[in-house]
Design a protein around this ligand. Sequence first.
Ligand code: PGA
Length: 250
Amino acid sequence: MRKKIVAGNWKMNTTVPEGVKLAQDVVAKLSEVPSDVNLVVAPSFVHIAQVGEVVNGTSVGLSAQNCADEVKGAYTGEVSAQMLSSIGVKYVILGHSERREYYGETNEKLVKKVNLALAEGLTPIFCVGEKLEERKADKHFDVVGEQVKEVLFTLSAEQMANVVIAYEPVWAIGTGETATKEQAQEIHAFIRATLAEKFGALAEEISILYGGSCKPSNAQELFAQKDIDGGLIGGAALKAEDFIAIAKSF
Ligand code: PGA
């Protein structure tokens, strides 16, 4: 059985008090969520310690939105995987399209980040996805296949077993436009088949989340797809009510 996961990517939103309140609201509604659904919140670095205090001892997992591609040392402004694990962080989102697009995150850098995160016992939520022009040119399978191969194919099976994948078509992120359930299922199945080329049966065990304008009104049809194991939620994760409604959509 693959893990069902609903992760909230808060991005650069909320002040610290607002973030703490949001986490408290999520925790307050936790009993509504089926126990086999794993909830994760990913606030900004500044929030993490305080949000951690709110979710500690609950079933909500704490995630970062990024980590450094070096172990430690003279890297001003960076946050290491070890720093994160030292305060109870369990997950780290890596390779989000916004980081690839605005901060020059390459597959090469991501190999380093994924390895460092895994070495610290963090679960990477590794993001893949094509841009609109790539989808229009029918290149989405090539693009996503390359992202999977260049980064995840460098891992051992033991490492891969601890990775979660998020497929996020860039054209659906924050745009209100969602991939149809058929489009999403098609590419999730493709990602799983690609993983199977290298990792065999392990591919069946890897959770693959959908992201990109996932909300209470469309989560159910997306999560009902065979190869969709949950969601990476941006905008809708900023309202506890919507986030919880999505988590109840399996
Ligand atoms: P969105 O963002 O739900 O606001 O589209 C998803 C994401 O980027 O993780």
